[in-house]
Design a protein around this ligand. Structure first.
Ligand SMILES: [Cu+2]
Length: 580
C-alpha cells in the first residue's frame, strides 16, 4: 500500500494535470479505467482535489493556539408549515423541484399544524478555521458550521427541507460532489427520510425529510403511540451521505446538530417538575464538534484523494476553530462532544486530572452516569459529559486533551499517551465574573436498557469487514447499489456479528436505523461504557462484536458501513431492507 501511494503521489507530481475533479463517481472512474476492480486508483494522471496538493501528506501552516474564542452554535428557531413557500406533502413534489424520495411513511401520523419546520440550504461559503489562515472554500447549511442546531422534542415531529444551492456539477471545482443526501445519524427514521447514499439531490432541487420524533416501538401497542421510553435518543447529528463522496462532502462542512429532549431531559435546569433531570441547560449545554483537518501550504483545506487508509489532520478544530478557548463559569456544564471524523479516534482527558461525568454513549443516555477520567470516541461517536468547574479558582486554565495515539488513518496505535504528551484541543479559562448560578443536577440514573429477548431473534448474521483484492469490502463484496444484502422482517430481532478481518485497520461500523446493544465483545462482556445502546461499533484489530438489534415501525432500505468515511466511500458498505 505504501509503495502504491508513493507511486501515485509521484505520478501526480509529474503530471500536474488540473483537476479531473472529485465530482467523478467510483462508477465514472471505473468507466474511465481509473479505478481497478479492487478499488485502486490507476496511476494514469494527476487526480487530485487540488492539483498542487497531490504529493501525499502535507504539513499545515503554523497557527497560534488559544487566540480565538470557541464559537457556540445557537439553537435554530423553528418555522410552521405556513411559513414555507411550498406546503409539505406525503408524495414527492417532482413538479416543484423536489427529488430523492418515495412517499413519506406514516404520513397519517403527521398534523401539519403541529410540525416544526426548518429549511437547511446547502451552499458554498468562505469559512475561517483560524484568523491566521485564508478563508477556506467550504459547503455549509445556511452558511453555518456546524450547521443549524435543532432542538427537537419527543411528541412533536420535525420536517427539514434540505435545499441544494451548491454549484452545479458542471461548475464545481475541487473535492466533494455537489449532490448531497443528508443522514440524521442515527435517528429512528423512515427510509425515505434517512439520507440513503443513493437518494442524492441535484443543484437547484430540494427534499423534505420527515422526523416523526417517536421512540422505537411506537407501532407496538404495548408501548403506546410514542414508543418505548427506554429507546429515547438524545444527541444526534446530521451529515452528508452522498455515495462515494461522504468523506469529501462532510470535510467540506456538510453537517449540523439535532438534539432530542423529552419529559425527563427537558432542557431546563430550573424545571420544577419532579421528574425533570435538570441537567445543565441553556448556555451551559454546549456542543463540542471535534474535527481534525489539514491545510495546504497556501492555507486552504486539503483533502488527499489518494489516501485510502483514512485521513488524519494535523490541526484540531472544535466547532470550526483551530484550538480555541472558552471562558467558563464556576459551575457544571453539559458538553455534547462528538467526533465528526473523517478517520481519527480520540481519548479525551482534562489536563488537571479532574474527573468528568459520562452521561451518554452515542445518542443514548447510559443507564446511570459514570464518573470517569477519560472518554473515548470512535469516528461519529457522541458522548455527553458533565464537567464541574465549581471547585476551580477564577483564572484557572485547563485543557481538553486527546491522548489517543494515532499516526495514520488506519486507526489508533492502542497507546494512550500521558496527558502531558497529548494534543490539546480546547482551553478552558475559569472566569469568576461569569454568571455561575447553578441549579443543575446530575441524577443517579437515566433510562433502563430495553430488555434483550432472545426469543425474538429469528436470524443470526455475520458481516466480515475486510480487504478483498486490496479494496475495502464486507463479506468479500464491495458496495453495489443493486444488491440487498439482508432483508430482516418488520417486527423481528436479529443478532449481527461484526468481525474485523482486515489486518492493521480498525473500523467504526455504523448500522443505520435502530440502536443496538452489544451482547459480547470477543466473547466477553463489553466494558462499562459500552453497556448501553449504540450506533457505532468500535471494531478493533481482529475483533468480533456480537450485537442484538430490532427492526420496528418502518420498512424499506437502509445501509451499514464503516464510518471511517474514507473506507465507506471506497465501498465498505452494504444495503439492507426491512420487509413486511
Ligand atoms: Cu473502516
Amino acid at each position: 500500500m505504501a509503495g502504491w501511494k508513493q507511486k501515485m503521489a509521484e505520478t501526480a507530481r509529474q503530471n500536474r494535470v488540473e483537476l479531473i475533479d472529485a465530482k467523478l463517481t467510483r462508477r465514472d472512474l471505473f468507466k474511465m479505467g481509473l479505478l481497478t476492480s479492487s478499488g485502486f486508483l490507476v496511476a494514469k494522471m494527476g487526480l487530485s482535489s487540488r492539483a498542487a496538493g497531490a504529493a501525499g501528506s502535507v504539513v499545515s501552516p503554523p497557527t497560534t493556539p488559544w487566540i480565538e474564542e470557541l464559537p457556540i452554535p445557537q439553537v435554530a428557531a423553528p418555522m410552521t408549515c405556513a411559513d414555507l413557500d411550498i406546503m409539505p406533502t406525503q408524495n414527492v413534489q417532482s413538479g416543484l423541484g423536489e427529488m430523492g424520495r418515495v412517499s413519506h411513511e406514516h404520513w397519517n401520523m403527521v398534523d401539519l399544524n403541529n410540525l416544526d419546520c426548518y429549511v437547511n440550504v446547502n451552499s458554498a461559503v468562505k469559512f475561517s478555521w483560524h484568523r491566521e489562515l485564508p478563508l477556506d472554500d467550504c459547503w455549509a447549511f445556511n452558511s453555518q458550521f456546524p450547521g443549524p442546531r435543532i432542538h427537537a422534542k419527543y411528541g412533536k415531529p420535525v420536517m427539514i427541507r434540505f435545499k441544494n444551492n451548491l454549484p452545479s456539477l458542471a461548475d464545481h471545482k475541487g473535492y466533494g460532489r455537489p449532490t448531497p443526501s443528508t443522514h440524521l445519524h442515527n435517528f429512528h427514521t423512515a427510509s425515505e427520510s434517512d439520507g440513503n447514499p443513493l437518494d442524492t439531490i441535484d443543484t437547484g432541487t430540494w427534499k423534505d425529510h420527515l422526523y416523526l420524533n417517536k421512540r422505537a416501538g411506537f407501532m407496538d401497542p404495548k408501548f403506546g403511540p410514542e414508543g418505548d421510553v427506554r429507546e429515547t435518543l438524545t444527541t444526534m447529528w446530521y451529515h452528508d451521505h452522498c455515495l462515494d463522496f461522504t468523506a469529501q462532502n462532510v470535510y467540506r462542512g456538510n453537517m449540523g446538530l439535532y438534539y432530542m429532549f423529552n419529559e425527563f431531559d427537558t432542557g431546563d435546569e430550573n424545571d420544577t417538575n419532579p421528574n425533570a433531570w435538570r441537567l445543565p441547560s441553556g448556555k451551559f449545554d454546549v456542543p463540542l464538534v471535534i474535527h481534525d483537518r489539514s491545510f495546504d501550504p497556501q492555507g486552504k483545506g486539503y483533502f488527499d484523494l489518494f489516501n485510502l487508509d483514512g485521513l488524519i489532520g494535523d490541526k484540531m478544530t472544535v466547532n470550526g476553530k483551530i484550538q480555541p478557548f472558552m471562558r467558563v463559569a464556576r459551575r457544571k456544564y453539559r458538553f455534547r462532544v462528538q467526533n465528526m471524523g473523517p478517520s481519527r479516534f480520540y481519548n479525551l482527558f482534562l489536563s488537571n486530572g479532574q474527573t468528568m461525568t459520562l452521561c451518554s454513549h452515542d445518542g443514548n443516555m447510559l443507564p446511570k452516569p459514570l464518573v470517569v477520567k477519560n472518554v473515548r470516541f470512535t469516528v461519529a461517536h457522541r458522548s455527553d459529559i458533565i464537567i464541574d468547574f465549581s471547585k476551580l479558582a477564577s483564572g484557572t486554565q485547563l485543557y481538553l486533551v486527546n491522548c489517543q495515539e494515532q499516526t495514520d488513518g488506519r486507526g489508533p496505535t492502542g497507546k494512550i499517551l500521558p496527558v502531558a504528551l497529548g494534543t490539546k484541543m480546547l482551553k478552558f479559562i475559569v472566569d469568576g465574573t461569569l454568571d455561575a448560578t447553578d441549579n443543575s443536577r446530575i441524577p443517579t440514573k437515566f433510562f433502563d436498557l430495553p430488555p434483550i429477548n432472545r426469543a425474538e431473534v429469528v436470524t443470526e448474521r455475520t458481516f466480515v469487514f475486510d480487504r478483498t483484492n486490496g479494496g475495502w469490502s464486507v463479506n468479500g463484496k464491495q458496495f453495489d447499489e443493486h444488491v440487498i444484502t439482508a432483508s430482516p422482517r418488520l417486527g423481528t430481532a436479529e443478532i449481527w456479528n461484526m468481525v474485523n478481518n482486515s489486518g492493521g485497520w480498525m473500523h467504526p461500523v455504523h448500522v443505520h436505523f435502530e440502536e443496538h446493544q452489544i451482547l459480547s465483545r470477543n466473547g466477553k462482556t463489553p466494558p462499562a461504557d459500552e453497556i448501553s445502546r449504540e450506533d457505532v461499533i468500535w471494531l478493533g484489530h481482529g475483533e468480533s462484536v456480537k450485537t442484538f438489534r430490532r427492526f420496528r415501525d418502518f420498512t424499506g432500505r437502509f445501509v451499514t458501513h464503516c464510518h471511517n468515511v474514507v473506507h465507506e466511500d471506497h465501498a465498505m458498505m452494504f444495503q439492507w431492507k426491512i420487509v413486511p
